[in-house]
Design a protein around this ligand. Structure first.
Ligand code: NGF
Length: 288
């Protein structure tokens, strides 16, 4: 399960329906062109928190059908409705997803016992492994080393997607739990995380920059830090430009430049205006 995983985008039509043809093209582009090791399906980048349970299942179906066993597949099933999270975990497991992942429950300020119960309830319902999805900036849930340790006590919790700029905590987790998988979640910090010996990374920008990200990861693993730093600089020029223009709509527009039918984002996300579309095309020309 080690390696680089694209946090997969989903193609939607103007009304917000899943554009299955476009989604298949995104899957193929990531596997055949970006050559990533795996796909992280229905995460933040997949606009998971903006779609219905039925759409989540539809996306799990289409991605598995298109990818087959070409790459590893992780299904993000986390939801505030725990019954839904359980149902999705079972659904993805039955489809053959290699692991599930669940975002820490958010919005209500759950205490740690409640968070632990959420993970154990999901895991008790499936014969599959789970990767914790920790993204404190969006969930407001900050867990400490001891709390990660308590979640890791469940052997089916095989790792964490660590989307935070806290390298002190990252190093402590790495040191304390050498057998758990740690995936770096911020693409702009991939080199720094790789130096701390993470096992892989999961990122949105890998949809268009996966090959370069993989090089950064491999160079760092080989101790070629100077070359990795150069590539991280080029990558961060790209990421800064994407963030400036609007993260998900810009990645979709760049995919379209590459001939991939990436479609629209779900409302309330805005579509790019004409200037934004032009800017996205320039980003692709200048930075890819
Ligand atoms: O998009 C976000 C939100 N984070 C992603 C990634 O951590 C999300 C990250 O790649 C993800 O894996 C998922 O879809 O679940 C950033 O977009 C990237 O580093 C640019 O900041 O923060």
């Amino acid at each position: 399960m080690k390696g680089l995983y694209t946090a997969l985008m989903c193609s939607f039509d103007e009304k917000g329906n899943v554009n299955e043809k476009g989604l298949r093209e995104i899957v193929r582009y990531n596997i055949d062109v970006q050559q990533v090791d795996g796909l992280y399906v229905n995460g933040s980048t997949g606009e998971n928190f903006l779609i219905s349970k039925e759409q989540k299942k539809q996306i799990f179906d289409v991605v598995k059908n298109e990818a087959g066993d070409d790459v590893k597949l992780i299904a993000q099933v986390g939801a505030l409705n725990l019954d839904e999270a359980v149902e999705l975990a079972q659904y993805a497991t039955n489809l053959g997803y290699n692991a599930i992942s669940a975002v820490t429950p958010f919005y209500y300020k759950f205490d740690f016992d409640e968070i632990k119960d959420y993970y154990n309830t999901i895991l008790d319902s499936v014969d599959n492994d789970l990767i914790i999805y920790s993204i404190p900036a969006l969930t407001g849930v900050n867990m400490n080393l001891e709390q990660f340790g308590e979640l890791f006590e469940n052997e089916k919790v095989i790792g964490v997607k660590f989307t935070a700029p806290d390298f002190f905590l990252l190093e402590r987790i790495r040191h304390a739990y050498p057998d758990k998988l740690i995936y770096s979640g911020f693409d702009e910090m991939l080199l720094s995380a790789s130096v701390l010996n993470v096992d892989g990374a999961i990122g949105s920008t890998f949809n268009v920059n996966g090959r370069r990200a993989k090089q950064i990861f491999e160079l760092a693993q080989n101790g070629q830090i100077g070359e990795a730093r150069e590539l991280q600089k080029v990558t961060n020029d790209l990421i800064a430009a994407i963030l400036d223009n609007g993260l998900y709509p810009t990645i979709k527009e760049i995919l379209k430049v590459q001939g991939v039918d990436a479609g629209y984002c779900r409302k309330p996300m805005k579509a790019l205006d004409a200037a934004g579309v032009k800017q996205a095309k320039q980003i692709a020309e200048r930075h890819l």
